[in-house]
Design a protein around this ligand. Structure first.
Ligand SMILES: [Zn+2]
Ligand SMILES: [Zn+2]
Length: 216
């Protein structure tokens, strides 16, 4: 029997599920890259980063992910004009899926959005981009993890071949265009985030907390 994994944004307005959830049908890994760090800071969600700035992500087939509530609240962000599409729930700034274009079918979802990521997908298989980790690279997070890489390739190729790329939760099948509004950061907006990111952040998180305070 295939198992489904429930996910929701922090406030609960956006809810969805991944069908056929298992360690074998997904890839879970921690990404320390500075783009994932910048994204979390942009959303005011540095709380989703681990002590080294890592984001724990579960990659699944687009066709296995569906939102049954609040899909209209989902919007996209690109850090650069050609960067990943990073989709989030605008109600509470919770990331709900990173994607490329649908021709490279995968959706990377923050593990913390799931009710029980460990139970559904197992613990992370590995870590990548450790050179950007804050305060030094955790063991095994630098260099190429061949087993992890092979697992991802096998999954993505399999999803493409077996028709799991569609329906895509964030793209329109007929046009191939994003089905939700997408914003691209300007260079200035992007550069403003870099001092917050690894490997040696020049600014402290306290500065973000001040910015995030509601205006009086
Ligand atoms: Zn929400
Ligand atoms: Zn990343």
């Amino acid at each position: 029997m295939s198992r489904s994994a429930e996910l929701r944004c922090r406030c609960g307005e956006v809810r969805g599920r991944v069908e056929d959830a298992s360690p074998r049908t997904a890839n879970r890994a921690v990404c320390y890259c500075d783009d994932c760090q910048a994204y979390a800071h942009r959303l005011g969600r540095a709380d989703l980063l681990d002590a080294h700035g890592g984001t724990d992500i579960v990659q699944v087939a687009p066709g296995s992910l569906a939102f049954d509530r609040g899909a209209e609240r989902i919007v996209g962000l690109r850090l650069t004009p050609k960067g990943l599409y990073r989709w989030y729930a605008s109600c509470c700034m919770t990331p709900v899926g990173n994607t490329a274009r649908p021709s490279v079918p995968f959706v990377g979802i923050v593990a913390r959005a799931f009710e029980d990521a460990d139970g559904a997908f197992g613990t992370p298989r590995g870590a990548v981009f450790g050179k950007f980790a804050v305060g030094g690279a955790p063991p095994g997070s630098t260099g190429v993890d061949v087993r992890l890489f092979a697992h991802v390739i096998r999954l993505v190729v399999g999803w493409r071949v077996r028709g799991k790329a569609w329906p895509h939760p964030f793209f329109d099948r007929a046009t191939g265009a994003p089905s939700r509004p997408v914003t691209v950061l300007s260079r200035e907006e992007r550069e403003a985030l870099r001092p917050l990111c690894g490997p040696r952040p020049a600014a402290q998180r306290a500065a973000v907390a001040v910015d995030a305070r509601p205006a009086r």
